[in-house]
Design a protein around this ligand. Structure first.
Ligand code: SF4
Length: 171
């Protein structure tokens, strides 16, 4: 009985690995973009999807890398609503990031508070607190959706940089 269940378990593990295997790259970016994730509250569903990015998507092959130091990060990936308890840490992380930084609100809670109403503990989504932000909707967004959105933001940034360089040359 036990010996029959081992192959089944192995087969299930194999099928699962195939299901979650990283998919194709989304077109390598010119420059590596480093991501620093911050979970300010919520249910941690979005934070868990972010942690899965390197293993179930072609994150690095597409030109992104998760880092554990905000001083090395280009983009901040914020998940969960901003709370009174987490606001100070978020501000500190933001201040440690180098110029050119960008904040991305990942999931409904980070954007507008989601299922967490504003109260004595919850300040709401980052849309009411910061100017430089982009959003990835969902509750939670799946890893592949997160990567697709990151690639779209990066391509948009590359186009804007090229247009700016062209304007400088012309002007
Ligand atoms: S958006 Fe949904 S999954 Fe993400 S932290 Fe909020 S409740 Fe959790």
């Amino acid at each position: 009985m036990q010996s029959a269940s081992v192959p089944v378990t192995l087969l299930m593990a194999f099928l699962d690995a195939q299901r979650w295997r990283p998919r194709a790259r989304h077109g390598r970016l010119r420059q590596l973009i480093r991501l620093y994730p911050v979970a300010t509250g919520g249910c941690d569903g979005c934070a868990m999807e972010v942690q899965m990015l390197p293993s179930v998507t072609a994150l690095e092959g597409s030109g992104f890398q998760l880092v554990d130091d905000p001083a090395l990060a280009d983009w901040l990936l914020l998940s969960g609503p901003v709370t009174r308890a987490s606001a100070g840490r978020l501000a500190e992380v933001w201040s440690r990031m180098p110029p050119g930084r960008c904040m991305i609100a990942l999931g409904a809670c980070a954007l507008n508070g989601g299922v967490f109403p504003n109260d004595y503990a919850v300040l709401g989504g980052v849309s009411s607190l910061a100017r430089s932000w982009r959003t990835i909707p969902g509750c939670p967004p799946a890893p592949e959706e997160i990567l697709q959105a990151l690639c779209a933001f990066a391509r948009e940034g590359e186009r804007a940089a090229k247009a700016q360089a062209r304007r400088k040359l012309e002007g």
